[in-house]
Design a protein around this ligand. Structure first.
Ligand code: EPZ
Length: 421
């Protein structure tokens, strides 16, 4: 296993190009299975999770080639309906294969995703959606088995105890494209990744309306064809670099980002004293100031402050003078990064799903343990400003979601390198 070593104290300056969105590319790659024809997906980030998804598609029988950021998928007529446990078990997002397999083959078997460090990660809303189409669901030997003689469109309410579900919305939307009749998804997720997926489905010949709102309507069609699609930029990666500029009092130009996908973060960072300058359709200048002001954040479903930027924002709060409060409403246990940040001298205490962060003058570099994708990013951000070196162990978590992170940070002036454990 590798570890990342970060030497703190460098102000980040320069340009960083944002990669394609992992959480858009994954369901879109799964959606290619809805047809036997070839699809070409551009701006696909080269990440571990993408490699896992490509392995699964190949194992199901699809022909898949990857050339830089372009992935070509030709599912063909014969694809299997059972996704292999050995790959599915390492990536929870594999659950989004259920929708396309059930839609195209009227049967699907995917191992039940386990929980992970950020929470229980149930899939009851996904299964409720499939049952609404008339599918029979069985959970046997740790696998979800879904099958249907026929899939009939239905009105489906997908709201859960923590609001809408992104991948449940994606799964139901994909399955609905080949169901008979009209499906209405109420309390659908509004994330930009859902809009991106809907655009790809419509390019394949589907009839999806309302993506981006809480009510999505899909009119089923007989067949879909292949399509060419460019994945949207990764708003979580973009947000992570915005925080990197804020925490190092840097001056960073983000290229190929969509600022309006980060309105909640930009609003909060502006309140803290960070300045933003729009330099064109997809270019944004982010300038951190010396004296930041404390802020309070609550994570909720899009367009509110995203849970996937909670850990990164907390890293900034650790060195923001005053009392900062961050409440996590999507995954109430998503706080594994607190103990690691406190090892670096931060002052954070947790009351339920609310963390109170008292800003400190300096963090000190220390060996720390990454626990999940976004917590690892928070540790890198803290390491950028800590005194001395920070060693981040189990950095494979980071490689799941951040393309060429050292290269991008080094080009911004950071002192960061990878070492064998
Ligand atoms: C997506 O996961 C993202 N992953 C997550 O990003 C992100 O944190 C999450 O959305 C919330 O924004 C991908 O897109 C691959 P949810 P997803 O279903 O769809 C509860 C990252 O770091 N829920 O929107 O699985 C659930 O427990 C990852 O890139 C149910 O109760 O999340 C949570 O509290 C981490 N029943 C809330 O809804 C269900 O059937 C939102 O979960 C499904 C979810």
């Amino acid at each position: 296993m590798d570890k990342l070593v970060v030497e703190g104290g460098k102000r980040l300056k320069g340009n960083v190009v944002i990669s394609g969105a992992k959480n858009s590319a994954l369901p879109i790659l799964a959606a290619t299975l809805l047809t036997e024809k070839e699809s070409v997906i551009e701006n696909v980030p080269q990440l571990r999770d993408i490699t896992t998804m490509i392995r699964i598609l190949r194992n199901l029988g699809a022909k898949v080639t990857q050339q830089d950021d372009v992935v070509t998928v030709k599912p063909g007529r014969q694809i299997k309906h059972v996704a292999p446990y050995r790959y599915v078990s390492v990536m929870r997002a594999s659950v989004c294969l259920l929708g396309p397999l059930l839609g195209r083959l009227k049967q699907a078997e995917v191992s039940m995703p386990g929980g992970c460090v950020i929470g229980l990660r149930p899939i009851d809303l996904h299964l409720k959606g499939f049952e609404s189409f008339g599918a029979k669901i069985k959970i046997e030997h740790g696998n979800v088995q879904a099958e249907a003689k026929k899939l009939k469109g239905a009105d489906i309410y997908l709201g859960g105890p923590f609001g809408s579900s992104v991948l449940a919305t994606a799964n139901v939307m994909m399955c609905a494209t080949l169901a008979e009749g009209v499906t209405r998804i109420e309390s659908a997720a509004c994330e930009p990744e859902i809009v991106d997926l809907a655009n790809f489905l419509n390019a394949m010949g589907a009839k999806v309306k309302g993506a981006g709102s809480h009510l999505i309507e899909i009119e089923g069609v007989q067949k879909l064809h292949g399509a060419h699609h460019r994945v949207i930029p990764d708003r979580i990666e973009a947000g992570t670099y915005m925080v990197a500029s804020a925490i190092t009092h840097g001056d960073i130009y983000l290229e190929d980002c969509i600022p309006e996908h980060n309105n909640a973060l930009i609003d909060k960072l502006s309140e803290a004293g960070v300045s933003f300058k729009r330099l064109g359709e997809r270019k944004l200048r982010v300038t951190g100031k010396k004296a930041l002001r404390s802020v309070d954040v609550t994570t909720l479903a899009y367009p509110a402050f995203p849970t996937d930027l909670q850990a990164q924002m907390m890293a900034l709060m650790t060195v923001t003078p005053g009392i900062n409060v961050i409440t996590e409403k999507i995954y109430p246990d998503r706080f594994m990064h607190i103990s690691e940040l406190n090892r670096m001298g931060s002052r954070i205490f947790l009351e339920g799903s609310t963390a109170v962060v008292t800003g400190v003058k300096r963090l000190s570099g220390a060996p720390v343990m990454a626990s999940d994708l976004r917590a690892s990013a928070a540790l890198v951000l803290a390491g950028l400003v800590a005194e001395g070196c920070t060693e981040i162990h189990r950095v494979y978590h980071l490689d799941r979601g951040y393309e060429r992170i050292e290269e991008k940070l080094i080009s911004l002036g950071a002192k960061i390198w990878r070492e064998k454990e």
